[in-house]
Design a protein around this ligand. Structure first.
Ligand SMILES: NC(=O)c1ccc[n+]([C@@H]2O[C@H](COP(=O)([O-])OP(=O)(O)OC[C@H]3O[C@@H](n4cnc5c(N)ncnc54)[C@H](OP(=O)(O)O)[C@@H]3O)[C@@H](O)[C@H]2O)c1
Length: 247
C-alpha cells in the first residue's frame, strides 16, 4: 500500500481533522501514532477503528506544549516503530475574542499550543525527519492564516506563522530529501466549528463557492498524498483545501 512501513505521528488526532487524518493514513498502510492531550477514550477509539480496518496504530498521550511529554512520546514511538517518517502538526486551539478585549493570557495560550507545540514536536522529531526515507513535515494551518478572521487575531497570527516556518524548514530540510508543506483548510465540521454561532456559520457558508463546510476526510486525502512518496517534488507549499473561498 501507498504508506506501507511509514511511521506517521499525527498530533491531536483523538478528534476532528486529526482523527480523519490518522484513520486515512492507517487505511493506506502507515504505522499511525494517535497523539492526544486529554481525550484518552476517543484516542483509543481511533486506534481500534484503524485496527478494525487492518491497520497498525498506537495512542500516545502528550500535551504538545510540554517539551518533556513530547520527548517521552518520541521515545515511545521510537521503541515501537523506529524512525518516524512523517510528522503531522495538527493539534491546535482557538480562544476567540475581538483584539481590543483579548488578554495577554488568551494571546499567549493560543501561541503556546499552535506555535509552541509545533516547535516542540518539530524540534523533537527533526533528526528522524532528516534520516527518514522520504521524510515529510506537514503543518496544518488554516484559511484564517491567509485571510484573517474577525475575533481571531491570536489564532490567525499562529496560522500565518506556520507559512513562514514551513517555507524556512523546506529550505533547511531539502538537502536531506525531506519536504515540508502546509495544508490550509477552510471551515471543517469539527468541535472547533461548533464554537461558532449558527448565524456566523450561515454567513461563512454563503461565501463558500462549493456551498458546504468540509468534512475531515476532505482534508485527510490531501495529507495522505503529502505523506506518500508521490509528493516527492513538492515542498514549501501551502495547499488551500477550502471549497474555493480563497486562492
Ligand atoms: N475545524 C476547522 O474549521 C479548521 C479549519 C482550519 C484549520 N483547522 C486546524 O485543524 C487542526 C485541528 O482542528 P479541529 O477542528 O480538528 O480541532 P478539534 O476538533 O478541536 O480537535 C483538536 C485536537 O487537538 C488536540 N489538542 C488540543 N490541544 C492539544 C495539546 N496541547 N496537546 C496535544 N493535543 C492537543 C485535541 O486533543 P484532546 O481532545 O485530547 O484535547 C484534539 O485531538 C487545528 O490546528 C486547527 O487550527 C481547523
Amino acid at each position: 500500500m501507498m504508506l506501507d512501513n511509514r511511521t506517521c505521528v499525527v498530533t491531536g488526532s483523538s478528534r476532528g481533522i486529526g482523527r480523519g487524518i490518522a484513520e486515512e493514513l492507517g487505511r493506506h498502510g502507515a504505522n499511525v501514532v494517535v497523539n492526544y492531550r486529554s481525550s484518552e477514550g476517543e484516542a483509543y477509539d481511533v486506534v481500534e477503528q484503524i485496527e478494525s480496518e487492518g491497520g497498525t496504530a498506537i495512542a500516545v498521550q502528550a500535551d504538545v506544549t510540554d517539551g518533556v511529554e513530547v520527548e517521552a512520546m518520541h521515545e515511545t514511538v521510537t521503541n515501537t516503530f523506529g524512525t518516524t517518517n512523517v510528522l503531522v502538526n495538527n493539534a491546535g486551539i482557538t480562544v476567540d475574542t475581538i483584539f481590543e478585549k483579548m488578554t495577554r493570557d488568551e494571546w499567549n495560550h493560543v501561541m503556546d499550543v499552535n506555535l509552541g507545540g509545533v516547535y516542540n514536536c518539530t524540534n523533537t522529531f527533526f533528526s528522524d525527519l532528516k534520516q527518514a526515507d522520504h521524510g515529510r513535515l506537514i503543518n496544518i494551518s488554516s484559511v484564517v492564516g491567509q485571510q484573517g478572521n474577525y475575533g481571531q487575531a491570536n489564532y490567525a497570527t499562529t496560522k500565518s506563522g506556520l507559512f513562514g516556518l514551513t517555507r524556512t524548514l523546506a529550505l533547511e530540510l531539502a538537502s536531506f530529501n525531506t519536504t515540508a508543506n502546509c495544508v490550509a483548510p477552510g471551515f471543517v465540521k469539527t468541535a472547533m466549528l461548533e464554537e461558532v454561532s449558527d448565524e456566523v456559520k450561515e454567513k461563512i457558508r454563503q461565501r463558500i463557492p462549493l456551498d458546504r463546510f468540509a468534512d475531515p476526510d476532505d482534508i485527510a486525502g490531501i495529507v495522505r498524498f503529502l505523506a506518500s512518496r508521490d509528493s516527492a517534488y513538492m515542498t514549501g507549499q501551502i495547499l488551500g483545501v477550502n471549497g474555493g473561498i480563497e486562492w
